[in-house]
Design a protein around this ligand. Sequence first.
Ligand SMILES: C[S@@+](CC[C@H](N)C(=O)[O-])C[C@H]1O[C@@H](n2cnc3c(N)ncnc32)[C@H](O)[C@@H]1O
Length: 283
Amino acid sequence: MTRPIDTSGLLGDTVARDYSRKLSQFNAFAGPELRQSIASLGLKPGMHVLDAGCGTGDALEWFRAEVGAEGSVTGIDLAAAHTAAARRMAPADTLVVQADLLKPPLAGHTVDLVWSVNTVNHLHDPVAGVRTLAGLLRPGGRIALGQSSLLPDMYFAWDARLERLANEAVRQYYRDRYQVSERDLTAVRSVVGLLQRSGLRDVTVRTVMIERTSPLRPADESYLLETIFRNTWGERLRPYLSDEDFEELTQLCDPEHPDFALRRRDFHFLQSFTLAVGTVDAH
Ligand SMILES: C[S@@+](CC[C@H](N)C(=O)[O-])C[C@H]1O[C@@H](n2cnc3c(N)ncnc32)[C@H](O)[C@@H]1O
């Protein structure tokens, strides 16, 4: 069940790793709620924003719209493929750099806001990551850590048992795949403490719900079908379920099957997006 570890990050990120399709799909799916969270930050024209672990760079244009032409937006990411996708996606006046956020190629004390979504939980030492990013902030600058979370009760409104089994199977898969213990898998509620332990002050947190019912937008359907049903679940869960349960799950996830979950009128899905924000003291 275990695979050899060929990773640099806790969850397997390397320069060569590429899950850009999954990232684009997540951002297309959650775009309205992510933009709502960005709007809540009260950014001003002329500010300097860094997206640390920018992935495919979908947020860069949202930040550009907030800070205007007189501001600056920079994205950094470890993975070559993600950085290349972000360069294609980013507005022309936006800098995208392939770099390790633990060794950021930016001058200290120059950034007004560091935005980092679903990224510091990929580091072996997230406190070191947050401290490094905080060192880039101007006095009074802020760091915003975003974390999305799949809510265990909200896949199959009509079958709590199968939902529970699918969730347990996913957790077991991740523990085996990355050879981490459950304690190593950072939970969404750890971001507040992480900012506090990293020396940030005035830590606030707010969670928005990404809630979808039938009929789904095309962006919702492709995220749920490809990213969740096929890539998060799919064949890799077979060893963790009985033959009968795996077959039932497969049918619910199959667009050709009459029981396909996304065509049910009672389909109701919830994913949360939590944003914790802390402020850096004067250096
Ligand atoms: C789950 S993805 C999130 C991407 C993006 N923030 C989003 O929400 O779509 C995590 C990203 O962090 C990047 N990453 C992981 N470790 C990194 C590091 N040490 N320095 C910079 N980027 C890193 C990965 O390459 C990946 O693009």
